[in-house]
Design a protein around this ligand. Structure first.
Ligand code: GDG
Length: 497
């Protein structure tokens, strides 16, 4: 039984079969959400992580959970695994989460589809995660759930274990109430979320959207509101807010509402960037991309990452500014989605076709304008690419936060480089010194890339210095520290000395 149970659908390690036996190894990539969450186990005695594991038999046999103990460094924790059949993974994750919930969360109602969804399976999987969390939690423990896939779990946990403190963190955006209302399961989701003691979002706008929804649909009352921290308070952007909700009251229950943006391990990334082998690799990438201007775009293959709009802007750039022909290259790293993500296959095809079109129309024997990589690269290679890029071009249509933008800043130990960033990424409220743009507008996209290309060295270094100072001060460790302080406020768990 543990004082802190983290519930996130993915396991914090990879299962590798070695000589007939299974070995558990750290994920090769030290970046992304998992290493940040795993870091919490350094602060807590006997913590648990609840995740799914694939069960290859029949659905009806996949009921029990199993436990793996992980020891290493300062961590000693157990992973409680909820077995899901291939069919359940598909219906819970690939279809219901990605085809129905994801488009609404990301304000893309045109992609919303429910004909394949199996809400009963989504509910049942959430119920099993909740059961596993309850079984792992000591009396009064904090259960910290992550992301919309687990929206229904808090309701079950509250019903079965009223003694537990339930916290929930959204890694995605949270949409405006009118969009959320599209979901036929909106009441069930909302009631479950309102069973939490604390609900976390990256930025104030998402918290505001949630509170408006809770007020409109359930009569919850916002009883506390505070000014937004100055470092998130820039005005005039798509996601700007001056004040943020801090507490909701619903009947006799009080719910803490929090906005604290996740971040990256900035000093670790800087150390990687300074390594000789990574600098050499950055030099090689720069040489391979040629002497001209090097633009880098990194993101998962997903329509919300705005890759089509970006490629169209790049095609316009080549038409608008013929002097750049032969002198600019776009390195587009768009890691393909896992098998089973039908919805993303079409996006990948579209990207490949557009890249082919641009290269076919503008390319020459000695110059290919777009270099596309759809295979995930080792993290060192990602950091080397950050170092080689004059411009990081990160223009999602919607993004809860966007860690790539912060990683680019953390990796620029030379103090140079320009970040062009969508106003619709949560990161934008923290990094107003980036060249901010609106990916829904062709003219704004064109202006932003022109501004970046034409920016003088002095200005780009000034902007980068400000962004680097921010990311260093508000890194993953700072994010974790805030979470730990919040949990202490909720009570119920013991922190290591
Ligand atoms: C969700 C939310 C929120 C990318 N390509 C490679 C690679 N990556 C790494 C990046 C970065 C991570 O993947 C992507 O993180 P993002 O935050 O940009 O985007 P999502 O995956 O959509 O994450 C998002 C996040 O959760 C955290 O709350 O910011 O809004 O959608 O770390 O570096 N890593 C490696 N090879 C690649 O080719 N090794």
């Amino acid at each position: 039984m543990s004082g802190l149970v983290i519930v996130y659908h993915r396991q914090p390690f990879e299962e590798v079969v070695v000589e007939g036996g299974v070995e558990y190894r750290e994920h090769r990539s030290p970046n992304g959400i998992i290493p940040i969450l795993r870091g919490f186990f350094e602060h807590v005695d006997d913590a648990r992580w609840v995740a799914w594991t694939r069960h290859h038999g029949k659905t009806s046999e996949a009921r029990a959970t199993d436990v793996v103990r992980i020891r290493g460094g300062r961590c000693d924790y157990q992973v409680v695994r909820v077995p899901l059949s291939t069919e359940e993974v598909s219906q819970f994750y690939h279809v219901t989460s990605k085809e129905a919930l994801w488009p609404v969360i990301n304000s893309s109602p045109g992609h919303y589809a429910t004909h394949n969804t199996r809400w009963a399976v989504f509910r049942e999987v959430n119920r099993r995660f909740a059961r596993a969390a309850c079984d792992a939690a000591a009396p009064g423990a904090v259960v910290w759930l992550h992301d919309y896939n687990l929206w229904l779990a808090p309701g079950f946990i509250r019903e079965w274990r009223p003694d537990l403190r339930i916290a929930f963190f959204h890694h995605t955006a949270f949409p405006s109430p009118d969009l959320f209302a599209m979901l036929p399961w909106r009441d069930e989701i909302l009631d479950s979320l309102l069973a939490c003691d604390q609900i976390g979002f990256h930025i104030p706008r998402y918290a505001r959207n949630f509170c408006q929804l809770a007020e409109a649909l359930r009569g919850a009352v916002e009883v506390e509101e505070v000014p937004v921290e100055p470092w998130m308070g820039a005005l005039g952007q798509a996601l700007s807010e001056r004040r943020r909700p801090a507490r909701l009251r619903l009947g006799d229950r009080s719910i803490d509402i929090d906005s604290w943006p996740i971040s990256v391990p900035a000093s670790y990334i800087a150390d990687v960037a300074r390594r000789d082998d990574v600098r050499d690799r950055a030099q090689c990438i720069a040489t391979e991309l040629g002497d001209g201007l090097r633009i880098l775009s990194i993101g998962r293959v997903d329509y919300v990452k705005g890759i089509r709009q970006q490629l169209e802007a790049f095609a316009r750039l080549l038409e608008r500014r013929p002097e750049l022909q032969g002198r600019v290259r776009l390195l587009l790293v768009a890691a393909a989605a896992a098998d089973g993500m039908v919805v993303y296959k079409a996006v990948q095809r579209e990207i490949e076709q557009l890249v082919g079109h641009i290269n076919g129309r503008h390319g020459r024997l000695d110059w290919t304008p777009v270099v596309l990589s759809t295979r995930p690269m080792p993290f060192e290679e990602v950091v080397a690419a950050y170092g080689a890029a004059d411009i990081a071009w990160i223009t999602p249509l919607r993004d809860g936060m966007n860690l790539v933008a912060k990683e680019y800043v953390a990796a620029r130990v030379d103090g140079d480089g320009i970040l062009v960033l969508s106003e619709f990424a949560g990161t934008a409220v923290e990094l107003p010194q980036a060249v901010l743009t609106n990916p829904y507008s062709m003219s704004r996209m064109d202006e932003a890339i022109d501004t970046a290309i034409d920016m003088a060295e002095g200005e780009r270094r000034e902007r980068m210095a400000a962004m680097r100072a921010h990311v260093a001060a508000h890194d993953a460790t700072a994010w974790a520290r805030i979470a730990l302080a919040r949990f202490e406020g909720l009570g119920g768990w013991r922190r290591l000395g």
